[in-house]
Design a protein around this ligand. Structure first.
Ligand SMILES: Nc1ncnc2c1ncn2[C@@H]1O[C@H](COP(=O)(O)OP(=O)(O)OP(=O)(O)O)[C@@H](O)[C@H]1O
Ligand SMILES: [Mg+2]
Length: 219
C-alpha cells in the first residue's frame, strides 16, 4: 500500500516513454492491467507474458480468474473506445494493489473532460493501493487534473509550445543559465529546456517535489 503512486510519463513519439516503463516502472508487480491502444507495436503482451483481451466482458473474466497480467487492446470508433476506457477504469478499480498502465491518455481524455471512472482512479486510486501510470505525447490535450494529482512526473522532449507550457508548469521548472557567445550568461527558459531535450533525456519530478534531469538507462 505504501508504494502506491501515480506517475505521468510524457513526451513526443520515440522519446523513450515506453522503454522507461518497461525497463524501470514495471520491474515488479503483483498484478498488471494495461490499456494498450498501440499494442501492435508496443507489444506489452510479450513483455509481461499477459493475456490480450479486446472486450470488457473478457477483461472481467480474466480479472475474476486472477490472471496476473492483462493487456486490454481497445478497438472501435473514438466514441466506442472512450466508453470502453470508462469501463476499463471501473474494472481495474476493483483490483486492489494492481499496477495499471494507460498508454496515450490523449485518445481517451481531453483538457476539460475525462471519463468519470478515470477521474476516480487518478484522484483516489492511491488509497486502494493502485500504482497508476499514464502516458501522453501531447500533455496539453489530456485531462488537466491528472498531472496535478501525480506523485511523480517523468517528462521527455515535447514538440509544441502548448505542451511545453503545460509541462514547465507541472514540473515547476526554473530558468536555467548557460553561457553564450564570449562567455556571456544566457537565460534558457523552461519551455525551451523542454523543447530542446534530446531523445531519451528527461526531467523527473520526484515525490518530494525536487526535479532532476537524466537519461534513460541504455537498453
Ligand atoms: N536509452 C536508449 N538508447 C537507445 N535507444 C533507445 C533508448 N531508449 C529507447 N530507445 C529506443 O527508441 C525507440 C523509441 O522508444 P520508446 O518506444 O520508448 O518511445 P515512446 O516515447 O514510447 O514513443 P511512442 O510515444 O511513439 O510510444 C524504441 O525503439 C526504443 O528501443
Ligand atoms: Mg510508447
Amino acid at each position: 500500500m505504501n508504494k502506491a503512486s501515480i506517475i505521468a510519463v510524457i513526451g513526443a513519439s520515440g522519446t523513450g516513454k515506453s522503454s522507461y516503463i518497461k525497463g524501470e516502472l514495471l520491474k515488479r508487480y503483483s498484478r498488471l492491467l494495461i490499456w494498450s491502444p498501440l499494442e501492435e507495436t508496443d507489444n506489452y503482451a510479450s513483455f509481461c507474458g499477459g493475456v490480450v483481451v479486446k472486450k470488457i466482458t473478457d477483461l472481467i473474466a480474466q480479472i475474476k480468474a486472477g490472471t496476473k497480467s492483462i493487456v486490454y487492446f481497445p478497438k472501435g470508433s473514438d466514441k466506442e473506445v472512450k466508453t470502453q476506457f470508462d469501463r476499463f477504469c471501473r474494472c481495474v478499480w476493483e483490483v486492489d494493489g494492481a499496477h495499471v498502465l494507460v498508454e496515450e491518455l490523449s485518445r481517451v481524455t481531453m483538457a476539460s473532460w475525462a471519463p468519470p471512472a478515470w477521474k476516480n482512479l487518478s484522484t483516489a486510486g492511491r488509497h486502494r493501493g493502485l500504482t497508476l501510470i499514464g502516458t501522453s505525447q501531447r500533455p496539453a490535450n489530456i485531462d488537466k487534473d491528472f498531472l496535478g494529482n501525480c506523485t511523480e512526473i517523468r517528462c521527455y522532449r515535447v514538440n509544441y509550445d502548448t505542451d511545453a507550457k503545460v509541462m514547465a508548469d507541472a514540473l515547476g521548472l526554473q530558468t536555467d543559465y548557460g553561457s553564450g557567445k564570449k562567455g556571456a550568461a544566457v537565460a534558457i527558459r523552461p519551455q525551451k529546456q523542454l523543447r530542446d531535450l534530446p531523445n531519451f533525456n528527461f526531467f523527473h519530478k520526484n515525490p518530494d517535489l525536487t526535479v532532476g534531469r537524466g537519461v534513460n538507462k541504455s537498453l
